[in-house]
Design a protein around this ligand. Structure first.
Ligand SMILES: [Zn+2]
Length: 466
């Protein structure tokens, strides 16, 4: 049997980290079993589906490297096909037209609630003898009235429902569009999905879908329902985009490696191991390892992992992600050290690539932003002698290397007869605009001779003006 899983999001909002974790588990399960992973877009809800959400799904999966073997398939392309099956079901008695008005259903619901009953459709139209002509209708599935429906969930074990509790689920709306529960069953069957791995919010749909599978003579797939992600305090994750959107994490300078590693561990464990390469994940992943209880999202831990990966992934890979960050910040990265060299100059001790870019922009920007406190403290009259001295040294330097520049700084300590920090701070502020940077000879080297000279000049003008 070819193990086949799918990721089947509805394109109605941002790509949520919870969805992505489910996608990761489905992808890993397929990969670790040499199976197939299918991408299916469930966009039959025309009103709520958007093109930007579809792009976000595709871009997000690509960015994370969760490649699919088939798809993306769009359910909206197959409406006619679904309706043919629904018509067949009506003819063969597996489904029926329900003409109840929403007003009638509302009243029914209120009555049931008042008498302490669980609201449920009363099957009024289930055995109508003739059709009601032109009246508006939905199509309902003829769910078994008695007996039970049970399934073995790979994460939660045996789950059982009484058919009595289940409604005759609507499979086609009044506007003629088939519903989620119906299309999911048809597609899972057509695509030979062997394992449905999805969020626990679908548990209540599962018995309805199983009954649909059986009525059509289809094989029922194996189910695994993944628990929710809560915030650090155990509350529901806020829907704010900056908290839950995968692409927002990309934009903030997280690496795909750290997000995948974090989302894997958030709800799945293999002993005490924290760091998992993609190959480790594929080798070690099992559905049984998924935790049944909800997980708590901890940004601190994600940052820790991101810092780890920024230090440890290949420089070439960092460069690719850095290009995106520079572009996003409108910094022209060809206007300074090349990015491999930049990594050597500034190191990799950053929580995010956004931090790294913020700390490097003075290498590329034509004009620096002068920090007011730094300027007030270090660009003062007593710094003139230092800045003029260094200006002349640099002007007459014939070789531009880190070694040369380091020697020049050492010589200046002796010749000016000042402490190293007394000399380096005004230069640092003049060149970077700030008090924090890598070693001063590294900064001078990376910014380049012409730009260093012009920035020192500008600092001298600033001192004389203030
Ligand atoms: Zn009805």
């Amino acid at each position: 049997m070819l193990i086949t899983t799918r990721f089947a999001p509805s394109p109605t909002g941002c790509l949520h980290i919870g969805s992505i974790r489910t996608a990761l588990y489905a992808w890993l399960f397929a990969r670790s079993n040499k199976g197939k992973f299918i991408l299916r877009i469930e966009d039959t809800d025309v009103k709520r589906s958007t093109q930007s959400s579809i792009s976000e799904i595709i871009d997000g999966l690509k960015w994370l490297g969760l490649n699919w073997d088939e798809g993306p398939y769009f359910q909206s392309d197959k409406i006619g096909y679904y309706k043919d099956i629904i018509n067949f079901m009506i003819k063969s008695g597996l489904a029926y037209k329900c003409y109840c008005t929403s007003r009638r259903l509302d009243i029914l619901r209120k009555k049931q609630l008042l008498t302490g009953k669980k609201p449920k459709y009363d099957r009024k139209c289930r055995d109508l003898l003739k059709s009601s002509g032109d009246l508006e209708y939905v199509v309902r599935f003829r769910n078994p009235i008695s007996g039970t429906v049970s399934f073995f969930d790979e994460i939660r074990g045996e789950i059982l429902f009484n058919n009595e509790e289940l409604d005759d689920v609507i499979i086609q709306r009044t506007n003629g569009i088939p519903t989620y529960n119906f299309c999911a069953v048809i597609d899972d069957n057509d695509m030979n999905i062997t394992h449905v791995i999805r969020g626990e919010d679908h548990i209540n749909n599962t018995p309805r879908q199983i009954n649909l599978f059986r009525s059509l003579g289809f094989n029922v797939p194996i189910y695994a329902h993944v628990s929710m992600i809560l915030d650090i305090n155990g509350k529901k994750l806020s829907k704010r985009k900056e908290v839950v959107s995968i692409l927002e994490y990309k934009s903030r300078g997280y690496l795909p490696e750290s997000l995948l590693n974090y989302l894997l561990r958030l709800g799945w464990a293999y002993g005490n191991q924290e760091i998992f390469s993609i190959n480790d994940m594929i080798k070690l992943f099992t559905l049984k390892g998924i935790n049944r209880s909800p997980s708590r999202f901890d940004v601190g831990k994600l940052l820790w992992l991101n810092r780890f990966y920024i230090k440890n992934v290949s420089k070439c890979s960092i460069v690719e992600h850095l290009k995106y960050q520079f572009d996003k910040n409108n910094i022209n990265y060809s206007n300074g050290p090349d990015l491999i060299e930049l990594i050597q100059l500034v190191g990799t001790r950053y929580n995010t690539l956004q931090d790294m870019v913020n700390c490097s922009r003075y290498f590329y920007d034509n004009h620096i932003i002068l920090n007011a406190d730094a300027a007030k403290k270090y660009l003062v009259k007593s710094s003139i002698v230092i800045l003029e001295y260094i200006y002349n040294k640099i002007l007459h330097l014939d070789k531009w290397s880190l070694e040369e520049l380091l020697t020049m700084i050492h010589v200046s300590v002796v010749e000016l007869n000042m402490n190293f920090s007394v000399i380096s701070m005004p230069i640092r502020v003049a060149i970077t605009g700030n008090t924090i940077s890598p070693s001063i000879h590294i900064v001078i080297y990376g910014v380049g001779k012409l730009r260093v000279l012009s920035r020192i000049n500008a600092a001298l003008i600033y001192i004389n003006k203030n």
